[in-house]
Design a protein around this ligand. Structure first.
Ligand SMILES: C[S@@+](CC[C@H](N)C(=O)[O-])C[C@H]1O[C@@H](n2cnc3c(N)ncnc32)[C@H](O)[C@@H]1O
Length: 207
């Protein structure tokens, strides 16, 4: 069977998702939205998480269906009918996909302490090709604004041009639904950053 490239199950996980994956509570359930070939469902499954992989076309994750700890859900997220995506996720991953009406619902699907990892194309990507429709391109600061409006704690946000794996303009977010107990000054507890990041920091500053 000829599958489009995004259905290649051997696709490497996004470095952004890999970097922040350690923030997701050990063993907690993870939702991979518009999963394609399931590269992130596979990543989190390999890390010991139960995963829910959702896509309108589930051929790319057919090999995962029925595996222990994996739920494959074929659903049209843009069809207008509500899709039951479950809830109380320790992690939600969305990469290379944007459906604005869904965006604002994602924080509500996180358990307290749950992590939203998002990476997709942004305005300016038109000059590099597709996607080029404004419907599929994030506006300046849009992920950040969504996270702040939802009361998520933003761990990291980036937007700009990249050259690898190909030239593109992207936006990336890692954000956490705060735990109920705030610290004494009312702010949520700081989140530990992933080890690879903190190691990189201390190397570059010689500490
Ligand atoms: C560019 S691919 C990204 C796949 C995956 N997230 C990744 O980064 O490897 C976009 C995915 O969105 C899915 N998709 C497009 N329209 C959809 C819809 N209406 N409902 C659910 N999934 C949809 C496609 O089938 C495709 O797998």
């Amino acid at each position: 069977m000829n599958l489009p490239p995004h259905h290649d199950p051997r696709g490497q996980a996004s470095p952004w998702v890999q970097r922040f994956a350690p923030l997701v509570a050990k063993g907690g359930p993870v939702l991979d939205v518009a999963c394609g070939g399931g590269r992130h469902a596979r990543l989190f499954r390999g890390l010991g998480h139960p995963v829910m992989a959702v896509d309108i076309d589930t051929r790319g994750v057919a090999d995962l269906a029925g595996q222990p700890g994996v739920t494959v859900c074929q659903a049209d997220l843009e069809g207008g009918a509500p899709v039951d995506l479950g809830g109380s996720y320790a992690g939600i991953v969305v990469t290379n996909y944007l459906h604005r009406p869904l965006l604002a619902h994602l924080p509500g699907l996180l358990a307290p302490g749950g992590v939203l990892l998002y990476e997709t194309f942004a305005q300016g990507n038109q000059r590099h090709g597709r996607p080029s429709s404004p419907a599929f391109l994030l506006r300046q600061g849009e992920l950040l604004a969504m996270a702040q409006a939802a009361g998520l704690q933003v761990v990291a946000f980036e937007q700009g041009e990249i050259s690898l794996p190909r030239a593109a303009v992207v936006q990336r977010l890692a954000a956490v639904r705060p735990l109920p107990a705030p610290d004494l000054d009312g702010d949520p507890e700081p989140r530990p950053l992933p080890l690879a990041y903190t190691l990189g920091w201390s190397e570059s500053f010689g500490t």
